[in-house]
Design a protein around this ligand. Structure first.
Ligand code: PEP
Ligand code: MN
Length: 374
């Protein structure tokens, strides 16, 4: 059970103390308090752990400071949607809103290779009104002999260029806890010129110790990719690890499932799960068309499969698109064959606008239908 307290409840107020004494005396129940300090207000939630079945919701609602009581089911306690749950489905980071009602595009390099390529990418993003990007510094590779990413060496110029071109959030995969510190340090040295969304890749979805450490920090939001060979439930539980440790700024990423049934695509596109994840949880949902499709093949009408599946995800309500671009794909050190060209960026963004407008028309249509029915 979660007690959502009135905004700006102070922990030194007598009402709060009264509440905590009452809760401490409930037999077999322990509590965990989570406070989210926002720009406008501080929100506090008290988690009641133990057998809460016997606690009447009405009685709990009448306790001091309590505004809302949510009886949670076993699964995805923090990030899940529960009955009569009015908790928010968005968060803000570095001036950008991430929610189940917004759409952010993160076009960028799969792996940072040269400063020149980073600059060409960021300039194109700025020229096309974009404030987010993806930039891989730490690359998990199948072969130990493949390029592993420039690591912390590239962070200073990546962050400086992001600041120069007005990029506010960079999605950057980390594969080890030390990378969080390296990113924090490098950002600090550039006077926090930009922000970073830490990415947990599909290969690390169930690296529970990494999840716990990333979940314990609240400086950076997290994009967690679905594990490519596990169930959706297992991946959502992995996301819950982050939140159970304290970090609720979590975006869930669909990136296709590994099976040869996907041939000729690299992975089996799973964007039919966009509405499923939104129904089960309060997380914004990201789609990664590049790592799903993995190739630049066009369909007979000329539209690339990558753009088709992007539109499919967006028309189903996706909230974030993570996509590989490269100024010279044949020089890319990682995933060149699936990269879109910089000159294709305006086309890609316009195609997304069409799909998003269609999604908005569809939600308006269903609202009218529901109103007429009620
Ligand atoms: C990536 O986004 O660069 C990446 C490696 O993705 P995934 O973890 O989905 O394979
Ligand atoms: Mn890649």
């Amino acid at each position: 059970m979660i007690l959502v307290l009135s905004p700006d409840t102070r922990s030194d107020s007598s009402e709060y103390k009264q509440l905590m004494v009452h809760l401490a005396n409930l037999p077999g129940i322990s509590t965990r308090v989570h406070s989210e300090v926002g720009v406008e207000q501080t929100l506090t939630e008290v988690y009641l752990i133990g057998n809460t079945k016997a606690l009447p919701v009405e009685d709990m609602r009448n306790l001091p400071c309590v505004e809302q009581v949510v009886r949670i089911s076993e699964e995805y306690r923090v990030l899940g949607r529960h009955k009569d749950d009015h908790r928010s489905t968005h968060f803000d980071y570095n001036g950008v809103r991430f929610g189940q009602d917004t759409l952010n595009v993160f076009a960028g390099l799969c792996a940072v290779d040269t400063l020149e390529h980073v600059e060409l990418m960021m300039r194109a993003l700025r020229d096309n009104g974009q404030v987010c990007t993806r930039m891989g510094a730490y690359k998990p590779r199948t072969s130990p002999y493949s390029f592993q990413g420039h690591g912390k060496a590239c962070l200073p110029y990546v962050f400086e260029l992001a600041g120069k071109y007005g990029i506010k959030v960079i999605a950057m995969e980390i594969t080890h806890e030390t990378h969080v510190e390296e990113i924090r340090d490098a950002l600090f040295r550039t006077g926090n010129a930009t922000g970073v969304m830490l990415q947990i890749g599909t290969r690390n979805t169930q690296n529970f110790e990494l999840l716990k450490i990333v979940g314990r920090q609240q400086d950076f939001p997290v994009l967690i990719k679905r594990g490519f060979g596990i169930t959706l439930d297992e991946s959502l539980n992995a996301a819950e690890y982050l939140a159970s440790e304290g970090n609720r700024k979590v975006v869930f990423g669909l990136r296709g499932m590994k099976t040869n049934m996907a041939d000729p695509h690299r992975n089996f596109v799973d964007f039919a799960h966009v509405p499923v994840v939104k129904r089960l949880t309060r997380m914004p949902v990201c789609i990664d068309p590049s790592h799903s499709v993995g190739m630049r093949a066009p369909s007979p009408e000329g539209i690339l499969d990558i753009m088709h599946v992007t539109a499919q995800g967006v028309i189903a309500g996706a909230n974030m698109v993570l996509v590989d671009f490269h100024p010279v794909p044949n020089k890319a050190l990682v995933d060149g064959p699936q990269a879109l060209l910089i000159k294709e960026l305006p086309l890609f963004l316009e195609d997304i606008r069409i799909a998003r407008a269609a999604y908005e028309q569809r939600t308006a249509l269903i609202s009218r239908y529901q109103e007429a029915e009620s």
